[in-house]
Design a protein around this ligand. Sequence first.
Ligand SMILES: NC(=O)c1ccc[n+]([C@@H]2O[C@H](COP(=O)([O-])OP(=O)(O)OC[C@H]3O[C@@H](n4cnc5c(N)ncnc54)[C@H](O)[C@@H]3O)[C@@H](O)[C@H]2O)c1
Length: 433
Amino acid sequence: MTLQDKIRSRTATVAVVGLGYVGLPLATRIASVGLRTLGIDIQKYRVDRINAGISDIGDVPSELMAPLVQKGLLTAYTTFEKVAEADAVVICVPTPLSKTRDPDNSYIIKAVDSVTPFMKKGQLFILESTTYPGFTREVMVPMLEQASGMVAGQDFHVVFSPERVDPGNEKYGVKNTPKTVGGLTPACSAAVQALYGLFIDDVRPVSSPDAAEMSKLLENTFRAVNIGLVNELALMCHKLGLNTFEIIDAAASKPFGFMPFYPGPGLGGHCIPIDPLYLSWKLRTLNYQARFIELADTINTAMPAHVTQLCQDALNEAGKALKNAKVLVLGVAYKRDIDDYRESPSLTVIELLEKKGAHVDYFDPHVPEYRHESATGKSIADLSKLESYDLVVITTDHKVFDYEDICARTDVLVDSRNATRKLTSKRAKVYVL
Ligand SMILES: NC(=O)c1ccc[n+]([C@@H]2O[C@H](COP(=O)([O-])OP(=O)(O)OC[C@H]3O[C@@H](n4cnc5c(N)ncnc54)[C@H](O)[C@@H]3O)[C@@H](O)[C@H]2O)c1
């Protein structure tokens, strides 16, 4: 049977390599339409939990995943031999930055190296991890060809298809988020369209893997640059004595030609602070400076320092110093209502406050503890001792926080998310970003 026949008859087996925020929702979705799905991850703990029917990814409820595991539709492995049984292999491993803020594609390279011993003719390889334009064609294809002695586009298919998952988004998930696919050849694109068409409502081909890689970087650069613009607006409004959020809301009343973005303590997560730098790095190799990206990065990475300065100024007005002040940081997840704290600006705010001599606690019901580079933290259990803090700073606007109560029991509050906008505080002096 050809790959297309297996897809048509829904007898195709799909391996998903990397079972994190991207891979697990995808694997679960594939299994849910009845395709045999083999999950592969190097973390034994993660694999064991999945095989026990327990999901640690917020967007994948255990109640949805466990029956798929019980029916044998989804099984996780720590080794790669099962790739030999797969008709399609989807790679969803991390693509962080190195210490020098250059692309670190080593996870993709290791995953591809682990897969190649089990390659067979006719397979479809799909890279979902975000990377720079040209990576699939220039790095991944030669690796697959050299290891197998086969020819890409002729003996096996290769596609880049950027993941668009938005953790915590209740409206858009794998099924109803349109998916861009860029095949190495028209046959590669046809294969991925047939496969992904089984479980994604809207699959849109572009002309090449490079185009798909670039489209993903445009999406994330668009956000990073627009957030950089409103973060700079916040810095300007601060100097002008204006309320940034009032200005943005006024501009957003224009029904055309304006899309509101909001400032915050900086960028977080595994995508927006990182992905645009993959593009600027690639352009540097072509002797071109991606100016918007670099400027937005400069402004966005300076926001935690701005928030720290606001804290110092707010305490100063209350006649107190930041040094030795008791400060409570509310929220360390990088955005509302999720448990992911990768690249979270809250962690930088904590670090900067501590450097200035403050005694910092944090409270985040979604993140009971964190481990970030050499720093670790443990959330306080509840807000019963809220009155004991000299300053409270809101860095993540989780819905679970009772802002009315927080304002009523706090003297000095720095709100970097405009979470208190609808409150007329009876007690706290609120400083908005
Ligand atoms: N998290 C998001 O919101 C999001 C959104 C869109 C795109 N992406 C992109 O998707 C990719 C994956 O991100 P993520 O957030 O799912 O990362 P993650 O860290 O949540 O998950 C990655 C998983 O891959 C596993 N892994 C690492 N090396 C491996 C290897 N060699 N073989 C098998 N498994 C391996 C890890 O153990 C981990 O479980 C990244 O390129 C990211 O930029 C992420």
